[in-house]
Design a protein around this ligand. Structure first.
Ligand code: FAD
Ligand code: MLT
Ligand code: ZN
Length: 476
């Protein structure tokens, strides 16, 4: 039963939007992959950072847990409440103003609830680029991007969300407002506190605004889809592209054939530009300060050299922005196509780039031998050593029965990640999904340091409890 006295007291403390009706709460209680369904005391939607501060003070006084939520596109079960119904979901959706843009200083201050696409468009309106780019950009928010230290398709050139942030405004777990929104590229004045909250997945405080870096808009942009035989060939193409293009290379995305099959099956407008089917593909993009003609010629010369060298078997180079968008649609729709196909076992791993091909070949072989007929849906940010190494059931296999095998599949993948000195979470974070696996892999020293920071900043344990760090129960 939801505690109505508590709701009345919350309403007295916060006059803004408070959602208590179950049907209205529903979209806030399910994660994007529909793996976790929770219940909330209330969904609270503050309009200002001061509102957030008063809500956090109320939560402190009443010991009410808080689950901060942006666009709810997170994939590790950290943006929705647990089934207890004791926590509030603090939705930042209405805290969504771009507060300022300084094109000379190349900074933009956005509130946490700003949708990523909105910030990209605002930057473009000032002839600037905000380069964070991921398939969820139409619904994920700046607060979520920073709290998960999101990666995406341009990390190769511009870095993760962490590298794109110069300052934060945060409401602490005690309900105090910290204005750290400096837009300085150099500011050595004590501990760099923003880095505690970036990547903390809502477990240390609530990000209410961020001062973000802007970049020059590229004059030329070239996109190509290359067809190739193996991840080893893809690494050869990466080395060639980096030799020719240097920092102009902005994206380098690997896709196995199964990815293309899924997108062609589930996304009506998708087209395969090749007549033949190929085992692997790389979508690569370069952007340059120099004029399109010269840059395009250099890019095409490189693709020809790759063909001559036998690194690729075919390639299309986009000759228009529209054709570039069609090629990107094959990449950006894989996650959605996978969700439409049904349940699958997802991984978001990274290994040293030079080991990627051996990781794929050896782990595919082990999995295909242990689980005959599975479909390896392998794609991702090859330029960062980050793969979305996903396993879909063989056609016709009952997905529920297949998902029972998740622990065994995970054990094979995580053993291979360890063998190649990689990470079990390259960009999506830990949340609930990888909390205990991560705790088992971290050294006691590292885990103790994280617990010390957690206890210092959130002594009551109200911020997104049970996420990222193991609980006493889960360690038993
Ligand atoms: P939410 O899902 O709402 O929350 C994510 C986490 O941040 C939770 O722990 C939440 O508590 C916390 N949080 C949210 N807002 C705040 C705040 N203001 N203060 C404190 N904590 C907060 N991720 C990548 O890194 N790269 C990709 O390429 C990528 N592609 C994706 C493609 C698709 C189709 C989908 C569905 C997801 C993808 N993701 C990717 C995952 C997800 O989009 C990112 O993690 C994104 O940054 C989450 O933003 P959000 O606003 O949806 O956050
Ligand atoms: C992507 O790169 O598309 C994402 O990280 C989402 C996924 O892993 O499915
Ligand atoms: Zn990704």
């Amino acid at each position: 039963v939801i505690d109505s006295t508590k709701i009345a007291s919350l309403r007295a403390a916060f006059q803004g939007r408070l959602i208590t009706a179950p049907e209205e709460q529903a979209p806030f209680l399910f994660d994007w992959r529909k793996r976790w369904k929770g219940r909330a005391l209330a969904v609270v939607q503050p309009d200002t950072a001061q509102d957030v501060a008063s809500i956090l003070r109320w939560c402190n006084a009443t010991h009410t847990p808080i689950v901060p939520q942006g666009g709810n596109t997170g994939l590790v079960g950290a943006s929705t409440p647990d089934p207890s119904g004791t926590a509030i979901v603090l939705s930042l959706a209405r805290l969504n103003r771009v507060r300022s843009v300084d094109a000379i200083n190349n900074t933009l201050v956005a509130e946490a609830g700003c949708i990523l696409a909105q910030v990209q468009q605002t930057a473009a309106a000032h002839s600037r680029l905000f380069p964070l780019s991921l398939a969820a950009e139409g619904s994920c928010t700046i607060g979520g991007n920073l709290s998960t230290n999101a990666g995406g398709v341009q990390v190769l050139r511009y870095g993760n969300a962490r590298e794109l942030c110069l300052g934060l405004e945060v409401v602490t777990a005690q309900g105090e407002l910290w204005d750290g929104l400096r837009g300085l590229r150099k500011d050595n004045t004590g501990y760099d506190l923003k880095h505690l909250f970036i990547g903390a997945e809502g477990t240390l405080g609530v990000i209410t605004a961020a001062s973000l870096k802007l970049f020059a808009q590229p004059a030329a942009q070239m996109t190509s889809l290359a067809a190739l035989r193996s991840p080893t060939h893809a690494l050869g193409l990466l080395t060639l592209a980096q030799k020719h293009l240097g920092p102009a290379l902005t994206a380098f995305e690997l896709m196995s054939r199964n990815c293309i099959e899924l997108v062609l099956r589930h996304i009506p407008a998708a087209q395969d530009p090749f007549s033949a089917q190929h085992p692997h593909y790389v979508l690569l993009e370069a952007s340059d300060a120099e004029g399109q003609d010269h840059a395009q010629a250099r890019f095409e010369a490189m693709m020809h050299e790759a063909l001559e060298a036998g690194l690729i078997d075919d390639a299309v180079v986009a000759s228009s922005l529209q054709q570039s968008a069609h090629l990107w649609a094959l990449r950006e729709n894989i996650t959605e196509a996978q969700a439409k196909e049904g349940k699958n076992i997802k991984h978001d791993i990274s290994v040293p780039i030079s080991a990627i091909d051996r990781f794929v070949e050896q782990t595919n072989a082990t999995l295909e031998q242990r689980f005959p007929g599975i479909r390896m849906v392998v794609f991702g940010h090859l330029g960062d050593g980050n793969l979305h190494y996903n396993v879909s059931p063989a056609p016709g296999v009952d997905p529920e029965q297949f998902m029972q095998q998740e622990p065994e599949v995970n054990a094979v993948v995580y053993e291979a990640v360890a063998r190649f000195s990689g990470s079990i979470s390259a960009e999506h974070g830990i949340g609930l999904l990888k909390r205990d696996t991560n705790a088992a892999l971290k050294s006691p020293v590292e885990l103790a340091l994280m617990q010390t920071i957690k206890r210092a900043l959130d002594p009551l344990g109200l911020m997104n409890p049970g996420r990222v760090l193991p609980t006493a129960e889960s360690l038993r």
